[in-house]
Design a protein around this ligand. Structure first.
Ligand SMILES: N[C@@H](CCC(=O)N[C@@H](CS)C(=O)NCC(=O)O)C(=O)O
Length: 289
């Protein structure tokens, strides 16, 4: 039963399990943070693997859970789904709501080093440390059994979290990830303001660079990318990942798919199956009353 550190915002029966949203005070982000969680049907005392999903620009903790249609699969596979918000909000930092691709809704899953952002924008530590510990304390999470997935800015976040913390995540996947943010406009705008002008500091949050230096020693990665994605050419550069010829990366191209959640919902079942396989999830028949 969730303890006092969590304030419940909503809770609903869903595919024999439970869908809920919570708010809690965050130590790293120095303010309230929200997340959504789906708990599949399970036996009393049973522990389950967790898949965290990081959403993209302009999204919140609600977007993935409302639009991706993932709960049906997670209920059958026995996976807990966790979706954090995409940034701290209402921090009081001047200009935090001025841009759709920077500030609120655009935390880029990094630990900012530059004032005034560094006081609150600590999303890397929040997602990789604080949130999993909170989930483990309050929900039936199997200790240390985690995968991470994301879309666009969140695809970048999932790859960066997984590549920087390879012992923590056993499986990584992404939809249309921002793959080389040091070289593209969304990434350059965010990194220069969150991390400063020294571009060497940016490389620690650049999937392409992290993959180059990983020596192919990283968890298995599944990536789906639509060729009709309007952001592919300027912002995502997913094709750069292909040049790595890394056998641990499965990169699938889809001719007619764009950047939307209709694309995500078309392939989310395959991503959940991929994670469930690597996380040793135990399939079940959802019970409906
Ligand atoms: N500026 C555009 C683009 C933002 C955008 O496409 N965001 C993607 C992630 S990068 C998304 O998932 N949007 C939410 C949605 O499609 O429901 C907008 O505000 O609609």
């Amino acid at each position: 039963m969730p303890a006092q550190e969590l304030e419940i915002l909503e809770s609903h029966a869903c595919f024999g399990g439970r869908m809920a949203r919570y708010e809690h005070p965050s130590r790293h982000c120095q303010g309230p943070m929200r997340f959504a969680i789906f708990i599949p049907p399970h036996q009393p005392g049973e522990k389950l693997p967790v898949l965290t999903f990081l959403a993209g620009l302009t999204c919140s903790e609600e977007t993935f859970m409302i639009k991706a249609g993932a709960q049906r699969y997670a209920a059958e596979l026995g996976l807990i789904l966790v979706a954090p918000d995409t940034s701290p909000r209402n921090t009081g930092i001047a200009g935090e709501n001025d841009d759709w691709d920077f500030g609120s809704g655009a935390g880029f899953y990094l630990d900012a080093t530059q004032a005034p952002w560094q006081a609150h924008y600590q999303m890397f530590s929040y997602v990789t440390e604080e949130l999993p510990a909170l989930i483990a304390r309050n929900f039936p999470m199997s200790a240390g059994v985690q995968g991470i997935c994301g879309h666009s800015m969140g695809g970048h976040g999932a790859l960066v979290c997984g590549l920087r913390r390879p012992g923590q995540y056993q499986s990584l996947s992404a939809f249309a990830p921002v793959s080389a943010p040091s070289q593209t406009p969304w990434g350059q705008k965010a990194f220069s303001r969150y991390l400063g002008d020294d571009t060497r500091q940016w490389l620690a949050y650049d999937s392409l660079e992290l993959l180059k230096s990983s020596g192919q020693q990283h968890p298995p990665i599944l990536i789906d990318q639509g060729r009709a994605d309007p952001f592919l050419e300027a912002e995502l550069k997913t094709e750069y990942l292909e040049t790595l010829n890394d056998p641990q990366i499965i990169l699938r191209w889809h001719e007619t798919y764009d950047h939307s959640y209709f694309f995500i919902s078309s392939f989310i079942g395959e991503h959940l199956n991929f994670h469930a396989r690597h996380l040793g999830a135990v399939p079940r028949s959802p019970a409906h009353d």
